[in-house]
Design a protein around this ligand. Structure first.
Ligand code: TXA
Ligand code: MG
Length: 349
């Protein structure tokens, strides 16, 4: 009989394999995309880029794969996932479409619009957290569309961050939160939009509701539908938590740095230890505590940089952070930026 020579380092390796996953970052070469599509088909997790933020993807039709998403993120099981598809035809396999859903999809897909509709039986309960509705979107990111094509499956993907923390807009952000917890990250550089998709609930075609503002604005949706649309807010989210009626994840406190964050209309007399986040590069101000979100206060640039700057300021170890408010009536992306900043600044329960 062969004798097994078991050394302490073998035990250590087994222990590490059980509790730590080796996380590899992949560039988007054709060979890597084929490899990652195969991994998704085998129920593995892959962090993927989208035009909004990075997502943590798994086969949406596979309960075991989706369970891994909740575990890696530390996400409560009552918070449902968005399913990513290539196009309307694939979405119709997952949800009961109505005319206004088709109209919005034709206008805004692929892109940063997520629609909520009654789900079909093909969608496992874990994806929708037991609800009878499902959230679906078709991302515009060319590499992720190729991955969807190669994998040939819908991908459930929440933002690829630890639950409640600031969403990731680069592969490095994903690694900071989920390194050692997931096997693969597909790195396609920084996200172009930088805040999560607009979510609109279309289950009642008579009164569509925005559950989360994003780059597709309320005004654009109203124009496409030819009628007023109910706008959601963090307050609405708070009520939703109690009633379980609206988007369960639109929590009043979310997307938050660990350092306390305060929204300011003026930066007069900041106490020592304050990290100051300006909307626009401030003239004549420099220092390790000064940050800015854009060179010219363009809303697109502010949205694109928001999470990167919040993460950086959080890591720099200030006692508190101040962030300048975007004027409410700025239109366009202002609603999405203000929504995220308000929730990042909300007090922890
Ligand atoms: O831009 C995005 O939407 C990104 C990228 C990766 O696609 N995804 C994203 O996912 O932001 P996540 O999980 O971080 O946020 C999804 C939100 C959550 O607040 C969740 O509660 C809500 O969508 N949601 C999901 N399914 C829902 C449903 N059936 N009804 C209402 N809200 C839903
Ligand atoms: Mg998220």
């Amino acid at each position: 009989m062969r004798q097994i020579n078991f050394k302490p380092e073998h035990l250590l390796r087994l222990f590490c394999r059980r509790f730590f996953v080796k996380t590899r970052t992949y560039s988007p070469t054709p060979a890597n995309l084929r490899r990652l599509a195969g991994a998704l088909q085998r129920s593995e997790l892959v962090a993927i880029p989208t035009e909004t933020v990075y997502g943590l993807a798994a086969n949406a039709l596979d309960e075991i794969a989706c369970r891994k998403i909740f575990k890696a993120k530390g996400r409560p099981s009552h918070d449902p996932l968005i399913v990513h598809v290539l196009d309307l035809a694939h979405a119709e396999e997952l949800a009961e479409f109505n005319d206004i859903a088709r109209r919005l999809v034709r206008k805004f897909w692929p892109g940063p619009l997520t629609i909520v509709l009654s789900k079909k039986n093909s969608v496992p309960a874990i994806v929708t957290a037991g609800r009878d509705t499902v959230a679906i979107r078709s991302p515009a990111h060319a590499v992720t569309r190729r991955l969807l094509e190669l994998a040939g499956i819908p991908l459930a993907a929440p933002s690829a961050n630890l639950f409640g923390y600031v969403s990731p807009t680069s592969a490095g952000h994903v690694r900071d939160g989920l390194g050692g917890k997931i096997p693969s990250i597909l790195d396609c550089g920084p996200c172009t939009i930088g805040v999560e998709s607009t979510i609109v609930d279309l289950t009642d075609p008579i009164s569509p509701k925005i559950l989360r503002p994003g780059a597709v604005t309320a005004e654009e949706l109203e124009k496409a539908l030819g009628k007023k649309i109910v706008r959601g807010s963090a307050q609405r989210g708070k009520r939703a938590e109690k009633t379980g009626l609206i988007a369960p994840g639109t929590l009043p406190q979310h997307y938050s740095p660990r350092t306390p964050l305060v929204i300011k209309h003026s930066f007069a007399n900041p106490p020592v230890g304050t990290g100051e986040i300006f909307l626009r590069k401030p003239a004549g101000r420099r220092g390790a505590n000064v940050y800015w979100l854009s060179r010219r206060a363009s809303l697109a640039e502010i949205a694109r940089n928001l999470y990167r700057v919040l993460r950086q300021a959080d890591q720099d170890g200030h006692a508190r952070l101040w962030i300048e408010a975007v004027p409410e009536n700025s239109g366009g992306l202002a609603a999405a930026i203000n929504d995220r900043v308000r929730r990042a600044a909300a007090k922890r329960p």
